[in-house]
Design a protein around this ligand. Structure first.
Ligand SMILES: *Cc1c(COP(=O)(O)O)cnc(C)c1O
Length: 391
């Protein structure tokens, strides 16, 4: 690029998502022609085994989506009506809505502004005799501080369920997410890093949690009872054979995509550390592999004053780089959640860091990291332009 030339990202060919090839096509046709589109096929079982093993887990239970994976996992580890579940206010609404659907109480712990995940000391402050589970979110692919959370739960009857919907393949101290707590939940919704349009999986190393989850997603059936006799009240949240066939093909691409994202991320981080207008969030040292579902960037308020992040995002987008505002309102202030908590006589909590994150953190999508590392320079140039033109 010639120095002085107007910086534009339009020449960058950010790949459309999802990515697929003949393998997905072949697998789909194979399911179609077999006539076994649901129960009785073998793709779901095969995928469950592969996905669980990849994440260091003994059991995988495929299901309809990430939301029901969370609901089923919480129920399977014993969360009941009236129990408290400590969770993050900086996440997709499902993480909280499933707690409410079970009649339990979401208790929000504030986040760490470096990782955007819940802070163990904040979780500890919110423990009560009603706390039944902790539901950390590996947001943007950055694992939560799991050892700290496990320490907080030690000696108490508290289960940990990981929301790993954005963290396929991420590692905490060389261990893959999904098997770090009592259960893990993944999503295969169309934006996610492994996708079949819709889909989810529950991972666990606990045989009982696995068996109950399996039963809950399959109408309360168990391997031994009569087909039409339920032991627990379940749902039909089964994964279809078509989804599993696509996911099996998608998994073969995950390692390569992760390697490419990590390479481009390293390049981008070197460039962006020197920006005036934005602060780069460093990957914490406990993260040994990062899915980079989104790349967070914090607006430097000393530089930009009180400018609305929506304006900066549209400046970046108009220069050809995909970017989004990400979460703009903490879940602790979403109206239906506030109303639910009030109806249960739970007071509103003050959460300073998540307010800051919702005001100041913007996201780049993972797809920009599939560009060549040398193309990260253009992303950096756009950010530098926006920095220089908005003071
Ligand atoms: C996508 C997502 C979910 C929900 O998954 P679905 O498959 O869309 O139901 C839950 N939690 C987080 C953090 C997510 O990103």
């Amino acid at each position: 690029m010639v120095e002085g030339e107007v910086t534009r990202g339009e020449n960058l060919r950010v790949p459309p998502w999802p990515i697929w090839d003949e393998e997905e096509e072949r697998n789909l046709l194979s399911v179609l022609r077999s006539g076994k589109w649901g129960l009785g096929g073998s793709w779901v079982q095969k995928f469950e085994r592969e996905f669980a093993a990849y994440h260091g887990c003994q059991y995988g239970i495929g299901c309809a989506n990430g939301t029901v994976a969370l609901k089923v996992a919480l129920r399977a580890v014993g969360v009941k009506s009236g129990d408290e579940v400590i969770t993050s206010p900086y996440t997709f609404v499902s993480t909280t809505s499933v707690i409410i659907e079970l009649g339990a109480i979401p208790v929000f712990a504030d986040i760490n502004l470096e990782t955007l995940t819940i802070e163990p000391s904040e979780v500890e402050r919110r423990l009560s005799e009603k706390t039944r589970a902790i539901l950390p979110v590996h947001i943007g692919g950055c694992p939560a501080e799991m050892e700290g959370l496990i320490e907080v739960s030690r000696g108490r009857d508290i289960r940990i369920v990981e929301d790993a919907a954005q963290a396929h393949g991420s590692e905490y101290r060389n261990r893959r997410v999904g098997g770090l707590g009592d259960a893990g939940c993944f999503s295969f919704q169309s934006n996610k890093l492994v996708t079949a349009g819709e889909g989810g999986v529950i991972t666990t190393n606990d045989a009982e949690t696995a068996a109950l989850s399996r039963s809950l997603i399959n109408c309360g059936r168990t391997p031994t009872e009569d087909w039409y006799e339920s032991v627990v009240l379940g749902y039909n949240y089964r994964m279809s054979e078509f989804a599993a066939a696509v996911l099996s093909a998608q998994m073969k691409r995950l390692d390569d995509h992760m390697r490419r994202r990590e390479e481009s991320f390293r390049e981008l981080s070197i460039l962006c550390r020197g920006l005036d207008g934005f602060e780069w969030l460093e990957v914490p040292s406990y993260v040994t592999r990062h899915s980079h579902y989104f790349i967070p960037l914090t607006i430097n308020r000393n530089h930009f004053g009180s400018i609305d992040k929506r304006r900066l995002v549209s400046e970046i987008v108009s220069r050809g780089i995909p970017c989004s505002t990400g979460y703009t309102v903490p879940l602790s202030r979403h109206r239906p959640i506030v109303e639910y908590l009030m109806s249960r006589d739970y007071a509103q909590q003050e959460l300073t860091n998540v307010e800051t994150a919702c005001r100041d953190v913007i996201w780049f999508p993972h797809t920009i990291l599939l560009l060549h590392p040398s193309e990260m320079y253009h992303v950096y140039r756009v950010l530098r332009d926006v920095s220089n033109n908005n003071t």
